[in-house]
Design a protein around this ligand. Structure first.
Ligand code: NAD
Ligand code: UDP
Length: 331
């Protein structure tokens, strides 16, 4: 199939483009490079030994999106393009609502106009809010604590309503848990601008000596060692999850958790990173970060049952691959 991948130059999108090419699909990337680099496109082509079409466009621009659908016979869309910094979304909510929701609506509109019925959407475990772990797809969603999370919940609603009204429209809403790691080549990986907000990129910067020490946000949560627990998933597994979702699309909107089902605390992750890479990660315990929940991990059984997909990489491999990317990466 010819797949339009919005945000395909980004962290998860670039790994997914490789998985799609390796599975025999062809790929059109639409990305405005607001949080990614053009040279990632060449790296995708090098790793997958296959061509991709790259279009530098903003997918909130309706005319530009229309031109893509008019010029290429698109069979399906994977919509990664979005802004994702939780803290920033509190400071500039309108930018987040506009970018993340308008892009979803414009792509859905183009799909309707051009009769494209396959749509895969990047959602997030954040839509569960502070629910009881493990998070199951059937749970009622709780409010998230930030505009970013709301853009995901709203985009899910919009796509579900469209699928309900147009039964031939097949949508997979993929709720990612915590993607980490990098391609085993070390060529592509997570490269946030500025000081990282997320744990793994922060840890790799500390290991590299670019940041002095990790600040562990709270050790008084009701968890195994008091630090926050998350379900870290290797980005390569996540990428495969998209191929599986695309291959198993069915009419209507269907939600899938993409996680490992395993929770790892902050201190467990630090220990795994030190062990995997034989390198020390200095840290100090500081106050909780506002808005954080204690534990977040998936019930990953639905994706296994319906998509035939499970995550394969363990936390040691995630730490090793995250570090091999960071070591080689030039800011
Ligand atoms: P990323 O920032 O690396 O990739 C997003 C890409 O979208 C970037 O290349 C950016 O340039 C592009 N983009 C943003 N707005 C655009 C627009 N209007 N038009 C065209 N391109 C645009 O982020 P990522 O980690 O790869 O995340 C991909 C998707 O997955 C996002 O929707 C994100 O919200 C979602 N998600 C990410 C995580 C995570 O922890 N990384 C977790 C859950 C969900
Ligand atoms: N965390 C931390 N120090 C950091 C960044 C994150 O202790 O510099 C903790 C955070 O409190 C949470 C876990 O690591 O318990 C994962 O945080 P991240 O921001 O990566 O993911 P999210 O909270 O969005 O799931």
């Amino acid at each position: 199939m010819k797949i339009l991948v919005t945000g395909g130059a980004g962290y998860i999108g670039s790994h997914t483009c490789i998985a799609l090419l390796e599975a025999g699909h062809s790929v059109i990337i639409a990305d405005n490079l607001c949080n990614s680099r053009r040279d990632t496109i060449d790296k995708i082509i090098n790793i997958a030994e296959n061509e991709v079409t790259f279009l530098e466009i903003d997918v909130t621009e309706e005319q530009a999106v229309d031109v893509i659908f008019n010029n290429y016979k698109v069979d399906g869309v994977i919509h990664f393009a979005g802004l994702k910094a939780v803290g920033e979304s509190v400071d500039i909510p309108l930018t987040y609502y506009y970018n993340n929701i308008v892009s979803t609506m414009i792509l859905a509109k183009a799909c309707q106009k051009y009769g494209v019925n396959r749509f895969v959407f990047s959602s997030s475990a954040t839509v569960y809010g502070d629910n009881i772990v493990p998070f199951v797809e059937t749970m009622d969603l709780l409010p998230t604590t930030n505009p970013y999370g709301e853009t995901k919940a709203m985009s899910e609603r919009i796509l579900t309503d469209i699928a309900n009204a147009n039964p031939e429209f097949s949508v997979a809403l993929l709720r990612y848990f915590n993607p980490v790691g990098a391609h085993e080549s070390g060529l592509i990986g997570e490269a946030p601008n500025g000081i990282p907000n997320n744990l793994m990129p922060y840890v790799t910067k500390v290991a590299k000596g670019k940041l002095e020490k990790l600040r562990v946000f709270g050790n008084d949560y009701p968890t195994v060692d008091g630090t926050g627990v998350r379900d870290y998933i290797h980005v390569l597994d996540l990428a495969e999850g998209h191929v599986a979702a695309l291959d198993n699309l069915k009419e209507g909107a269907h939600v899938y958790n993409l996680g490992t089902g395993q929770g790892t605390s902050v201190l467990e992750l630090v220990k795994a990173f030190e062990e995997a890479n034989s390198i020390k990660v200095p840290y100090e315990i500081v106050d909780r970060r506002p808005g954080d929940i204690a534990s977040c991990y998936a019930d990953a059984s639905k994706a296994k049952r319906e998509l035939g997909w499970t995550a394969k990489h363990d936390i040691i491999t995630m730490c090793r691959d995250a570090w091999s990317f960071e070591k080689n990466y030039e800011d």
